[in-house]
Design a protein around this ligand. Structure first.
Ligand SMILES: Cc1cc2nc3c(=O)[nH]c(=O)nc-3n(C[C@H](O)[C@H](O)[C@H](O)COP(=O)(O)OP(=O)(O)OC[C@H]3O[C@@H](n4cnc5c(N)ncnc54)[C@H](O)[C@@H]3O)c2cc1C
Length: 390
């Protein structure tokens, strides 16, 4: 088998890249380790930047998103005693769109099937070879067909944090930076109407809480928990009771609770791998960087890489111009570090961590007051929240 771009991983990054390349007539094949059902079953992210929505439109997959996504022009921040609003539309002239990663992934898969794109599922033991040469190739095994091989001009590593692409870059070249925070999020999905039409980020004395949603009758709530907690340690009742104690009283009073239809623990950590290119292998999304979920940047950061890489590949195939490919890693890493900075700052602003001294807590309060009272702080926060994809 031969193709122009071998895409490792059929998550949102891989599918979006595949569609954008198909739009430009660039042949590609997606190789996914799991089944379609497993990929489509992942709940995860839910807030998209305006630039990402435009990118999904360019990939031909935004019809349902434009119909059903909830446009949010701002967000509520609770500092433990009072709540204030950041007006994204007024400050930054942009909004964000609430649309679940599950729905987005389904739309990308449906569009991919419509245009006859090729995805190989259950690709096991995948390995990338000769990435430093002009003719890299990928091998894998499949239960039905045995040992397989795909030659390509380029390999795009879109296989998430646990994939093989990043580890193909030799240890002598690869630098990994990681910060693990001593807390996690416990998330609950419930078929209830959201407590508010915008997200509420709450910095309570009992720890962080987030009131989010997927659509009008599907709410997503999170509370900060201990990093070692398991989802099964928390009954629904315990979750709702703790959430109510962390959000403003007016919202707690009208919170509609119900049985959880999904409950999971998300670790809080930041990770960056440098470089994001090695020879003809290019990393995108979670394969190269992870951010704590505060600020909803994970999926948006992945889409930003895909935007750059697809543009660079289109440029190369249209004219032989290589500058986009050569500059990919530096551009993507500069953005990734800004996204890490924002996500860690926003996390630090809103969480309580073990060992925080009264001094630390006073600084945190001052930081929150500055965000509440100063237009310049709101501008930085708002611009970062609405987007790194323009
Ligand atoms: C539990 C969890 C909760 C999250 N919650 C949020 C959130 O609330 N908000 C937010 O913004 N972001 C969140 N994120 C982050 C967001 O989901 C990711 O940033 C996004 O999924 C990145 O997409 P991706 O395609 O780069 O990687 P992934 O979604 O990880 O997709 C990678 C794909 O590659 C496949 N793969 C892996 N290894 C191989 C291999 N060897 N061969 C072939 N295929 C392989 C995987 O099966 C997967 O389908 C969360 C992430 C996790 C893990």
């Amino acid at each position: 088998m031969r193709t122009k771009v071998a895409i490792i991983g059929g998550g949102p990054s891989g599918l979006l890249l595949s569609l954008l390349l198909h739009q430009a007539g660039i042949d590609n094949v997606v190789l996914e380790r799991k089944t379609r059902e497993v990929v489509l079953g992942r709940v995860r992210a839910g807030v998209l930047e305006e630039g990402v929505v435009a990118l999904i439109g360019a990939a031909g997959a935004s019809d349902l998103l434009r119909k059903h996504a909830l446009r949010h022009d701002g967000t509520v921040i609770y500092d433990g005693t009072s709540a204030f609003r950041i007006d994204f539309a007024g400050i930054s002239g942009q909004s964000v769109f609430v649309y679940g990663q599950q729905d987005l992934t389904r739309d990308l898969y449906d569009r991919h099937a419509e245009i006859g794109g090729q995805i190989i599922f259950n690709a096991e033991n995948l390995a990338i070879h000769d990435a430093k040469s002009d003719s890299p190739f990928v091998t894998w095994t499949s239960e039905a067909q045995g040992a397989m091989q795909l030659r390509a001009d380029f390999v795009a590593g879109c296989d998430g944090f646990h994939g093989v692409s990043r580890r193909t870059i030799p240890d002598t070249v690869r630098h990994e930076y990681e910060k693990v925070l001593p807390a996690a999020w416990l998330g609950v999905l419930s078929q209830t109407s959201p407590v508010h039409h915008e997200l509420i980020y709450a910095a309570s004395a009992r720890g962080f809480a987030l009131c989010s949603m997927r659509h009008h009758n599907l709410s997503r709530y999170y509370i900060q928990c201990v990093a070692t907690d398991l989802a099964e340690d928390w009954s629904d009742e315990a979750f709702w009771s703790e959430l109510k104690r962390r959000i403003p009283g007016e919202f707690a009073a009208k919170l509609v609770t119900g049985p959880s239809i999904e409950k999971s623990v998300v670790p809080l950590r930041a990770f960056v791998c440098e470089p994001m290119q090695w020879g003809r292998l290019f990393l995108c999304g979670d394969a190269a960087h992870i951010v704590p979920p505060t600020g909803a940047k994970g999926l948006n950061a992945a889409a930003a890489d895909v935007a750059d890489l697809s543009m660079a590949l289109c440029q190369f195939y249209a004219s032989g111009e290589q500058s986009g490919l050569e500059g990919y890693s530096a551009t993507a890493l500069a953005r990734a570090w800004k996204i890490v900075r924002f996500s860690l700052w926003f996390t630090g602003l809103l969480h309580r961590f073990p060992g925080q001294s009264p001094f630390d807590l006073n600084l945190q309060r001052a930081d929150l007051a500055q965000l509440r009272d100063h237009a310049a702080m709101q501008k930085i926060m708002s611009d970062s929240y609405v987007g790194f994809v323009r």
